[in-house]
Design a protein around this ligand. Sequence first.
Ligand code: FES
Ligand code: FE2
Length: 389
Amino acid sequence: MGKAPLYDESYLGNVKAWSEYYKAKVGFRNYWYAAAFSKEIADGDHLARTILGEDILFRRINGKVYAMKDRCIHRGIKLSDKVECHTDSTISCWWHGFTFRWSDGLVTDIVGAPESSHIGRAKIKVYPVEEAQGMLFVFIGDKDVEVPPLSEHLPPGFLDDNRILEGEVMVIEANWRMGPEGGIDEIHRYLHRTSRLLLDTKATMPLGHTGVTEQCKIFEDDGKPKGILDDYSSGNMYFEVDIDGQPSVVTGVRFADTGTKRKRTVSTSVWLPGVLSVEGFPEDGGVFYEFYVPVGENQYRNFMVLTQTCKTDEEASAFRSRYYSRWREYTVNDFLMQDNAARASAGQYYKNDKAWVEERLCREDFMLIEWRKLCSRNSKGVQTADHLD
Ligand code: FES
Ligand SMILES: [Fe+2]
């Protein structure tokens, strides 16, 4: 233990109001994280994934998913390089046959040394896993910490009955903090004015809102999800911007049938440890979620999840068919990729810790600062170099 910090300590004095966030380069520890869509692991299948710098092997056994550290305690090879499960309840390392029980990590046998004193004593780390709404979640935390309910680390409403999900996952080459900050960014609508989604939905997209109140709702009650919410209620939209004295050079998108009014009520919120929630996007009544899960220092996994509340099977299959015929193309592959391109580009800059003190935020970027402060106030721990594989 005791490796050098992952961040440049000389900047800590410049980020005092949100120093834990600055330190959390590879994420916050002692939280539940999205690991995969359930459909990514069929029964009897396994999946190797790096989450917050920890290599983890998942396996579905008779419907239930288990997770184990993907590194043999004997001499450190990756169990996932050649998965050998001789029984339903165990996995054997493919080198000398150290055999671990999925449920608790106990060494039950050693094929190459059946008399070893490690048997029945030594353990490999196993991770708490939960499956909900067609997604798999894993708790990345310390040994002795009490594991809180999954609902504490998800946006309120995500676990509602009748919520139907469809979505995609991809790895973004950027630090994970580019994820939530791209999601709650107040002044980036400009980026989306060319999205084909706007044509498809006839959605009005202003260039921005005036009259920023620098206020957002903050949720930080004990035992509840911690997040900040902006309901876009402040100010008027504007659609034309002059550039260097030339009038209306840049214009937003405004459809005649919606005028300057919002087509629907939209609010955006973001929750620890890094989950975005957008109401009314991309369709009325739906909620869009995005999970930003650190892989390492400069990579994160982005789960883009569209949901709708469906009371019947017919409603659910209609939503799924809208997803595959429409939303996947216009929302995921077009609109959201605009955000992801910006995040990947910003990721190049924020690779250097100096970026956090050199950035020139505007007053209208207050959501970013509120988010950083919220994380710092409520952090249950930060992933350090000692935790990384
Ligand atoms: S390295 Fe796994 S059993 Fe030896
Ligand atoms: Fe966006």
